[in-house]
Design a protein around this ligand. Structure first.
Ligand code: IPE
Ligand code: IPE
Ligand code: MG
Ligand code: MG
Ligand code: MG
Length: 318
């Protein structure tokens, strides 16, 4: 089941609307330098779920926004933020696989990947000139949260003392803030009431948190074929998440098992002491909290699709 299947089932976004986003994304990655165009196109057209643009479109529609063209630049902007962050993330995580293809850094090297991320980010800045200042401010705020969250996570590498609250705060920044910007800013554009816009903001933050917790468990339990990106990457880097933190609190031998290069053994261990189930229980709580926020919104197809996406965030296999 893909994001598109989930949204299609409700008939909440048309193919034509999605095509507007795709066309603008394609246009945004054209550079005078062929290498930058090729590298940026490589990542943009590699088959991402396009979850963030769809969140923006759905939030706009959930509040009865009158003209879809109004929310398209935001939908494109959030996908560009996401894409630029992935290109840089793959450098910092030392990843060679993304969406089942080689990463920009694996294919063209670190320098080109760094420049490609910068290029995409700068195209985002250029695109933002059509947006009003409240929206620009919101996008800038979520970019700041993203980079600060990534920096905090990097500073905490190998820190087995990090608390669950600390982990969840980082996740809220590095992933939740962008999700939240998608829905909150789209709600603002739709002319929602302060309560509705706040509900969309909280929905996005909870959804993003659930989504990242799921991502972190998939890193521990999935295969790279299934996921389209490397697995066991977080443990190798000493990047903590709920399941290893749970294990470290409950088992004497956790530190040793989790730091060994045998990732299959680490997975069996985490499964056997219920650490994966625990992490997914917390993810489900966040997904549930996201759905609760939707009660403040009008009942529309788009609102139902947002609820379905909360289920998708924790059930997804990639
Ligand atoms: C990956 O996001 C990065 C995380 C926040 C976990 P997605 O899973 O939405 O990536 P794509 O765009 O579908 O590849
Ligand atoms: C999410 O973290 C990346 C950002 C929010 C920038 P991950 O490092 O877990 O993302 P993947 O697993 O590589 O997609
Ligand atoms: Mg990564
Ligand atoms: Mg990362
Ligand atoms: Mg990950």
């Amino acid at each position: 089941v893909t994001v598109c299947d989930v949204v299609d089932r409700r008939g909440a976004i048309t193919d034509g609307e999605l095509a507007l986003v795709e066309d603008a994304l394609r246009e945004a990655v054209v550079s005078n330098v062929g290498l930058l165009s090729r590298a940026a196109e490589h990542i943009i057209l590699s088959g991402g779920k396009r979850l963030r643009p769809q969140l923006a479109l759905l939030a706009y529609k959930a509040l009865g926004g009158p003209d879809i063209a109004e929310v398209i630049p935001l939908a494109v902007a959030v996908e560009l933020v996401h894409t630029a962050s992935l290109v840089h993330d793959d450098i910092t995580d030392g990843s060679d696989l993304r969406r089942g293809q080689s990463t920009v850094n694996a294919r063209w090297g670190h320098t080109v990947a760094l420049l490609t991320g910068d290029f995409i980010f700068i195209q985002l800045l250029r695109l933002m000139s059509v947006l009003d200042s409240r929206i620009i401010q919101g996008i800038a705020d979520c970019c700041l949260a993203l980079v600060e969250g990534e920096a905090e996570h990097t500073l905490s590498l190998g820190d087995t003392q990090i608390t669950e609250e600390g982990y969840l705060r980082i996740v809220g920044q590095k992933t939740g803030a962008l999700f939240s910007a998608c829905t909150e800013l789209a709600g603002t554009l739709a002319g929602g009431s302060p309560d509705q816009v706040a509900a969309l903001r909280d929905y996005g933050l909870h959804l993003g948190t659930a989504f990242q917790i799921r991502d972190d468990t998939l890193d521990l339990t999935s295969t790279s074929e299934e996921l389209g990106k490397p697995v066991a990457s977080d443990l190798r880097q000493g990047k903590m998440s709920l399941a290893p933190l749970y294990a470290l609190q409950r088992s004497e031998c956790a530190a040793e098992v989790l730091s060994s290069p045998d990732s299959a053994q680490a997975e069996r261990f985490l499964q056997s002491i219920g650490a994966i189930d625990y992490a997914m229980k917390i993810a489900a709580e966040y997904a549930g909290a996201a759905k609760q926020c939707l009660r403040a919104l009008p009942r529309r197809k788009a609102t139902a699709a947002l609820a379905d996406l909360a289920d998708f965030a924790i059930a997804r296999a990639r």
